[in-house]
Design a protein around this ligand. Sequence first.
Ligand SMILES: NC(=O)c1ccc[n+]([C@@H]2O[C@H](COP(=O)([O-])OP(=O)(O)OC[C@H]3O[C@@H](n4cnc5c(N)ncnc54)[C@H](OP(=O)(O)O)[C@@H]3O)[C@@H](O)[C@H]2O)c1
Length: 266
Amino acid sequence: MSREEKVVCVTGASGYIAAWLVKLLLQRGYTVKATVRDTNDPKKTEHLFSLDGAKERLQLFKADLLEEGSFDSAVDECQGVFHTASPVILTASDPQSQLIDPAVKGTLNVLRSCAKVPSIKRVIVTSSMASVMYNKKPLTPDVVIDETWFSDPVACEELKQWYMLAKTLAEEAAWTSAKENGIDLVTINPGFVIGPLIQPTLTSSIEAFLQIIHEVKMTSLCNHYTRYPKTRPKVWVLASFLWKRVLGTLLKASRRMASSLSELCY
Ligand SMILES: NC(=O)c1ccc[n+]([C@@H]2O[C@H](COP(=O)([O-])OP(=O)(O)OC[C@H]3O[C@@H](n4cnc5c(N)ncnc54)[C@H](OP(=O)(O)O)[C@@H]3O)[C@@H](O)[C@H]2O)c1
């Protein structure tokens, strides 16, 4: 690696948000070390290699959230790490194994790998509004949710909101681990992120959104928003706009970034 080369890692690069991150980082001249679970699956990788700059500056690594040390080689020599890999499943039959373990153990795995690499200046974890707004505080249209809010794991469990619980525990674990290991951490807490797809297949998050769009299955998440008829139509976010703005901010920011629903509207 030359001294001028800017190297970053993006975990879960086969995912919807991560594909945008990889595209925008390549556009900005970064060398991107991207992780996927299956490097041999063309549906998870081909679209990444067809991005501008990919031939020269994209490297793919196999990594699984549940395998300790799995991310070691992907984060090695990086200056920044974007951790996006996490299951987005709104109705899980086995929440512990499908959601909570990969979200929490996975985040800790990634941060432990980062802690071994002195060149890493910042780690950015894609958390969620799910880890911000489920705390039984009244949520009326005039309420602004900001970075001081955290979801309450007990409330999530009582409500059987397993995705919310997983994201809340994962963010909590991220802050604890970052503090213990002296890592400069930023968490970002988006609402719904939706817009043009780069990947050719429906990832689990996109499948969940399609269900909502078609109103075939009103998920518990969607039901939650039905309590706020004024804001509900506004939570749709165009990824192409969101991530351009957020990328710049993330590289400068040094705090938890909770986005109120209104901030996320374009
Ligand atoms: N989309 C939204 O509106 C939204 C809103 C708020 C927060 N977020 C957060 O943003 C992140 C990305 O979401 P997304 O919408 O891009 O989801 P997505 O398209 O479903 O992608 C999820 C990614 O996580 C990976 N993953 C899942 N389990 C894994 C495991 N055990 N080991 C390694 N990788 C694993 C998936 O890999 P495979 O392809 O191999 O399954 C995929 O790359 C998540 O952390 C999500 O919670 C999303």
